[in-house]
Design a protein around this ligand. Structure first.
Ligand SMILES: Nc1nc2c(c(=O)[nH]1)N[C@H]1C(S)=C(S)[C@@H](COP(=O)(O)OP(=O)(O)OC[C@H]3O[C@@H](n4cnc5c(=O)[nH]c(N)nc54)[C@H](O)[C@@H]3O)O[C@H]1N2
Ligand SMILES: Nc1nc2c(c(=O)[nH]1)N[C@H]1C(S)=C(S)[C@@H](COP(=O)(O)OP(=O)(O)OC[C@H]3O[C@@H](n4cnc5c(=O)[nH]c(N)nc54)[C@H](O)[C@@H]3O)O[C@H]1N2
Ligand code: SF4
Ligand SMILES: [Mo]
Length: 684
């Protein structure tokens, strides 16, 4: 039997057709409108992931971290959790209970239920990892145009790929880029690393890691000085253009070129191509997200779109028309309770449902007990012991907790600090509405195609169970997940039944371009805010970098010993972050991690391919084999990402820093840091 659903083995959220036989998952393939398609190895091996012998299929419990886990019934696990929650509430406060959410369980409807549970408990501390992922980017877009824009790649004549590698991370987007390029679109790629797309590009700007803000300002300077901007759009629909011109006039292009490592001619060429080829879109990605100045750097990129009038036009960057689901998060119930993120008030509030994403603050509050101690933690669909910056600090914090409850399909390094593991289903064993499909006027059901394995339950059902166990069942009156989803959908006129009948999705409304002409933008001034009205009365730059570029954008830059810039490495097709190294078919594709070293550096360090090297920072060290290649520039190394799940020696986040953060979005630099590289062994 064929069935249609959404794959959520990574955050690309691809629509897929699944072959199911006698209730067993057999295979799946991506649904794509393009002729040239990209095979996803994770999906190709989804069967091995779903039926992996490592799946946790019953609740696991231990009284103390010294004990071994024992299989228990759901009732026993829930009773244990309810007791610990009650003790925490009495001894400390409801807000000493927190929930930390990884990427996997979806920022769609499951997140709403997790937040609702925390609100009902009286804690504002449902925290996601979006400060290092796309949420910081989304805030920068929102402060500029009122929403995050969506690149209209297929119809674009000029595509700027800025810190994104869709070939490995979002195959549908990559296929669209390839398609547009074949139809004649220009491709400009901004990346410190050589990738599939830099090889295909008309122009590749090898920017210095974390210097995207500088580069964006330099491109703006060219566009303004050469009068390549869209005058009518800027005059009618933007606020702050004069202030921008004044700022740009003070910047020196030679200096910007020097600090961003991009030759002046390339800056000019990129600016000219982007500003004069219409329509054009910019695809911005995690290469900019995980920087300590993500907010202003992304704002600068956003302003480039505005200057060229590429907003809300076909083939440009579209302003989405979200599907208006009911907001069920109950955050109003905890509105007066300070969260652990109280030092980042803008980030906490910029979006009605994204919620809180300063995960670093959670670690602060466990360790420093300010504004109060967090003592009880749920970790849902994440592996923070590996994926959060400064793993040693994170682990020290987890050791200090009274209780940690994980909700996951597998054990992982974070399990070392867990008292309970509640077994979650895989994405193919549950029904939910996927966020990717409600942000933009289109809605598709991620539909259960096989029954949950063992005693595993979907993330939403687990929240229902937890609520009932702690006496908050009244907040979750729905008998089934689908009934709850229908309640959320009731404001749209669409039902789950409609979505089932239309498995390929439903347009809530057709996309409308140039909406701003009638409606304005959803910003305080109703214009594109080159100059942010919200930030005008704060200590933050209302215009990106109006008070200069931050001196230090890469951690540890003032330490003499640490000469190399380390970049957190490629997301390879076979894995999602720390996941799937336990799946033999996928592990065969990438059996061990490497540090990519430029040949000039290899010569200086007397390194051969396969030699063992130690990479260290003031935070810690790792050891991996060297791979000599020109993917990075001289002085820059790239360290394979996600391998900390296999071994602590390979945990890149033992090197990263969690103290220096973007002042608005709390984002630490997981992307780049200064480090020391030493050879410690010959090729084996
Ligand atoms: N240095 C550095 N740090 C980084 C990054 C980097 O590139 N460099 N990347 C950052 C980014 S962008 C992100 S998003 C984070 C990712 O951080 P995490 O979200 O912690 O990453 P994963 O390793 O994917 O862990 C996901 C966990 O969820 C489980 N899981 C999978 N599906 C489900 C499900 O449906 N339900 C439940 N309950 N569990 C499930 C998996 O078994 C796994 O244990 O890491 C960030 N950290
Ligand atoms: N296979 C696979 N797919 C995934 C994931 C996965 O783990 N594995 N994770 C999912 C998640 S949660 C996310 S957030 C997305 C992220 O997906 P992407 O946004 O594509 O992120 P990355 O591939 O980490 O990095 C993108 C590019 O940024 C470049 N880069 C590094 N530093 C800089 C810099 O300072 N400036 C610029 N301009 N570029 C830089 C890198 O070299 C890389 O080519 O992928 C999702 N898809
Ligand atoms: S890229 Fe692969 S793993 Fe990620 S959602 Fe798409 S099919 Fe699934
Ligand atoms: Mo992410």
């Amino acid at each position: 039997m064929k069935d249609i659903t959404v794959c959520r083995l990574c955050s690309a959220c691809c629509p897929v057709e699944v072959d199911v036989h006698e209730g067993q998952f057999i295979s799946a393939k991506r649904i794509t409108p393009f002729e040239k398609t990209i095979i996803c190895p994770k999906l190709a091996n989804a069967k091995s992931i779903i039926y992996s012998k490592d799946r946790v299929l019953k609740p696991l419990l231990r009284e103390t971290l010294k004990d071994d886990f024992k299989e228990v019934t759901w009732q026993e696990a829930l009773d244990f959790i309810a007791e610990k929650i009650n003790v925490t509430r009495q001894k400390y406060s409801p807000q000493s209970i927190a929930l930390l959410r990884g990427m996997a369980a979806d920022w769609g409807t499951p997140w709403d239920y997790a937040v609702r549970l925390m609100s009902a408990l009286g804690s504002p501390n449902a925290i996601g990892n979006g400060s290092v992922c796309f949420v910081a980017r989304e805030m920068a877009h929102t402060y500029t145009y009122g929403a995050i824009t969506i690149p209209q790649i297929r119809d674009s004549k000029c595509i700027v790929v800025w810190g994104k590698n869709d070939r490995n991370t979002a195959p549908g987007m990559a296929e669209a880029i390839i398609h547009a390029k074949e139809k004649g679109a220009k491709l400009v790629v901004i990346d410190p690393v050589k990738t599939f797309f830099t090889d295909m590009a008309d122009l590749w700007l090898r920017v210095k890691p974390a210097h995207d803000g500088v580069l964006a300002m330099a491109m703006m300077k060219v566009i303004v000085e050469e009068k390549l901007y869209e005058r009518e759009f800027v005059e009618k629909f933007c606020k702050g253009f004069d202030a921008l011109c004044e700022l740009l006039s003070k910047l020196n292009l030679n200096h910007l070129s020097e600090i961003s490592w991009v030759p002046i001619e390339q800056i000019r060429e990129a600016a000219r191509i982007y500003a004069s080829t219409k329509p054009a879109c910019i695809i911005d990605g995690n290469g900019i997200d995980m920087q300590t100045q993500v907010f202003q750097a992304t704002r600068a990129v956003c302003i480039l779109r505005a200057l060229t009038g590429n907003i809300d036009v076909q083939g440009g960057d579209f302003i989405p028309q979200p599907v208006p689901l009911k907001n069920i998060q109950l955050r109003e119930k905890v509105a007066t309770v300070p969260s652990v993120m109280l030092n980042y008030p803008h980030f906490e509030k910029f979006h009605p449902t994204w919620g809180l994403h300063g995960q670093s603050c959670l670690i602060d509050s466990i360790l420093d007990e300010k504004p109060y101690p967090v003592k009880f933690l749920f970790v849902q669909s994440g592996n923070p012991a590996v994926t959060m910056m400064d793993s040693a600090r994170v682990r020290k914090a987890f050791e200090k907790l009274d209780c940690l409850v994980m909700i996951d399909m597998f054990r992982n390094k974070t399990s070392q600090y867990a008292h309970v593991i509640l077994p979650a289903t895989s994405c193919f064993e549950k029904t939910q509405i996927n966020r990717a499909y409600i942000r933009n006027c289109f809605i598709m059901l991620q539909k259960k195609v096989i029954e949950p394995l063992g005693e595993s339950k979907s993330d939403i059902e687990i929240i229902f169970e937890l609520a009932r166990a702690v006496g908050l069942g009244e907040y979750f009156p729905w008998r089934t997940v689908e009934e709850a989803l229908d309640f959320q959908l009731s404001s749209t006129g669409i039902t789950i039944e409609d979505l089932r009948k239309n498995p390929r999705g439903i347009w809530y409304e057709q996309p409308r371009f140039r909406k701003y002409e009638k409606e304005g933008f959803k910003t305080p001034s109703k214009k594109v805010e080159i100059f942010s009205e919200i930030l005008a009365d704060t200590d933050f730059d209302p215009l990106p970098f109006i008070n200069g570029f931050p001196e230090r954008v890469i951690s540890f830059s003032d330490e003499d010993e640490f000469k190399f810039i380390g970049i957190s490495g490629e997301r390879v097709n076979a894995f999602t972050h720390s996941q799937f190294r336990n799946i033999p078919e996928l592990r065969k594709m990438e059996s061990e991690p490497y540090v990519d070293v430029n040949p000039l550096d290899a010569e200086k360090l007397k390194l051969k391919n396969g030699d063992l090297i130690r990479v260290s920072t003031p935070r810690g060290k790792i050891e991996m084999k060297a791979r000599i290649s020109d993917v990075t520039a001289e002085g820059v190394i790239r360290i394979a990402w996600g391998w900390g799940e296999v071994s602590d020696e390979w945990n890149l986040n033992f090197l990263t820093d969690d103290f220096e953060r973007d002042p608005i979005t709390c984002t630490p630099s997981g992307r780049s840091f200064y480090c020391k590289v030493e050879k410690i062994g010959e090729e084996s």
